[in-house]
Design a protein around this ligand. Sequence first.
Ligand code: ADP
Length: 407
Amino acid sequence: MSVQSRQGRPVVAMVGGGQLARMTHQAAIELGQSLRVLAAAPDEPAPQVCPDVVLGDHDVLDDLRRVATGAHALTFDHEGVPTEHLFALQAEGVVVNPPPQALMYAQDKLAMRHRLADLGVPVPGFAEVGAVDDVRAFWDRYPGAVVLKAVRGGYDGRGVWLPETLDEALAIAHEQLAAGVQVLAEQRVELARELSAMVARSQFGQGAAWPVVETVQRNGQCAVVLAPAPGLSDADAAFAESLALSLANELGVVGVMAVELFQTPSGEILVNELAMRPHNSGHWSMDGCTTSQFEQHLRAVLDYPLGDTAARAPLTVMANVLGAAQEPEMSMDERLHHLMARMPDVKVHMYGKGERPDRKVGHVNLVGGFDGDREDPEYVASLRERAERAAHWMATAEWTDGWSVHG
Ligand code: ADP
């Protein structure tokens, strides 16, 4: 028995040792707790800082049992755990939050699309691709506007293809189906922008929504978040928040959930996908909100009352530190030193990861002043420019504005 459970403090076990687990541990510390993690290797982001680590494989039921034993709740830093293992753990009395009955919709994009469509939620047109010819038929429905996706296992744009021609679409489908990948065809939506509605739901059924944010993607992965989303009408914000809350309720989610949304040029809002775990679009809440997504996730899975989700400033900008094409010669620590000297108001969150091209190795949050106005495009652009400058510096050791410490 761990010191923590001897002292009557609850233990949350998280499957996965990535940055989401690392930052959940950070929140656990504030609550007098310590996260237990199932990690594949001791040098992953979470096991570097958590004392209670089980090394193992999230695909192996016995490893999941080892991390779950004695824990008050089992939760996730990624969705890649086989559903049948989670049902087995549940049958053995483990509290799995979010439960597999809900999590399956974050694991399987086709099941998610069907369920959302059944609930009357606006989604892009979609069809299962059982054979290459299904792509031809779908292309006839949406000529030149087809997205192909792996039904399971995709993340950060991996497993998403945007073919320009029918031949290209057929070739992708052929290749993926031959490799045993289950494929889904989706209508390619014309995007004005992407939004994310994050909510939390506790076991007891209490719900809380953060303000809806705008997410900016590069190469299919999130690069910048503007929080709350500038230029979003009160009606659209209320629509997205209540949609996310009612989905969490309908699906029986316990924990936090991000509902990734598309906004079309005519203002229509469609659901892209669901993530039932802390999410990149919620990182701004660590500095920009009363309650961070990581603390809220712990509250929700332990059935504590949920915390206040109000934004602390008119605008917070989050920018990901994405590994440079070529790792800079200057060490990360020296970059940090320079950043602190030049931009003392930037909050830095580094994950302890090695640098590789486009890899998420950290993020920065820049919380705007109280007098800022997120409906003023110049204000938004200048805060965003500063946050991106800081993140880019941390990744590349280059200042986007050409500034040099040597004058
Ligand atoms: P992942 O699971 O890798 O995050 P997503 O399904 O969220 O994959 O797709 C990644 C990105 O690809 C989205 O953020 C969006 O920019 C683009 N995309 C995905 N589906 C569509 C679509 N139906 N229409 C237009 N763009 C899309």
